[in-house]
Design a protein around this ligand. Structure first.
Ligand SMILES: Cc1cc2nc3c(=O)[nH]c(=O)nc-3n(C[C@H](O)[C@H](O)[C@H](O)COP(=O)(O)OP(=O)(O)OC[C@H]3O[C@@H](n4cnc5c(N)ncnc54)[C@H](O)[C@@H]3O)c2cc1C
Length: 229
């Protein structure tokens, strides 16, 4: 099927929020956290890449959050698209979706790994008995705190949602946590064992979280991972 770009806006340097629709469908059905697969002929080769949906289902529209990978194939192409341009799409597909909704959840993201969590969080917080959610979001710089204002706002209106932003290179304006996400995840887990941890981003971080949880004795079903590389 064909996805059409409707609009895009800058979230941070080299990171944009994109809105697409699928003109041939009245509704794009998916579970928050799933991804779409885009294909395009680039330098005479068909390139296919996955992108997590960053919104909840809403008619035939969905949004993405992606960064331009310097020298990459697909991401520079998507950044060059203008409203009305189209691309081949498959999906939505994927199993990075809410599992045991009875348990509290700790969500861990770095960079554009925040994308699936945005839709998942809005979805969960719209439920009458939303599970407690702690979002730990790491970026290099304060400007890289994608959707940071949205998450801060959500945390003020939803007592079951806690937002813990952290940056590794703070400036003088930064008042949040500093350093990597891992120690904050360990702190948030504490001595709790009846919870789930979802981690999304590059494999160095997601594998580290998985290993640390294994060492703490968690069952593998309690750690749900989406790797971008
Ligand atoms: C399930 C899934 C969901 C994904 N969702 C997103 C998403 O929501 N947003 C998003 O920006 N990317 C996402 N990705 C990564 C995306 O599919 C591409 O790998 C990325 O856009 C680079 O593709 P490219 O063709 O531009 O670069 P390529 O020509 O493939 O160059 C690849 C290089 O870029 C690195 N790389 C891959 N992803 C990233 C990244 N996000 N940031 C920095 N370097 C990267 C790789 O390690 C490799 O060194 C997802 C990947 C998977 C598997």
């Amino acid at each position: 099927m064909i996805a059409r770009m409707i609009e895009s806006r800058e979230l941070a340097p080299d990171v944009r929020h994109f809105v697409f629709d699928v003109p041939e469908l009245a509704e794009v059905k998916f579970q928050p956290g799933q991804f779409v697969s885009f294909s395009h002929l680039i330098r005479e080769k068909t390139i296919t890449r996955a992108y997590s949906i960053s919104s909840t289902p809403e008619g035939n529209r969905f949004s993405l959050c992606l960064n331009r990978v310097a020298d990459g194939h697909m991401s520079p192409h998507l950044f060059d698209m203008t409203p009305g341009d189209t691309i081949n799409m498959k999906g939505p597909i994927g199993t990075f979706t809410w599992r045991n909704r009875e348990r509290p959840a700790i969500l861990v993201a770095t960079g554009t790994g925040i994308a699936p969590f945005r839709g998942m969080i809005y979805d969960e917080l719209s439920q009458p008995n939303a599970r407690p959610i702690t979002l730990i979001f790491g970026s290099r710089y304060p400007q890289g705190q994608l959707y940071g204002d949205e998450f801060r706002m959500l945390a003020t209106v939803h007592p079951r949602f806690t937002f813990i932003p952290t940056v590794t290179r703070p400036d003088e304006t930064w008042t949040g946590q500093t350093g990597r996400v891992q120690p904050l995840v360990m702190e948030a887990i504490g001595d709790q064992r009846e919870l789930e941890v979802y981690a999304c981003g590059m494999k160095e971080m997601t594998e580290d979280i998985r290993n640390r949880m294994k060492e703490l004795g968690f069952d593998r079903k309690q750690i749900i991972v989406e790797k971008y590389d």
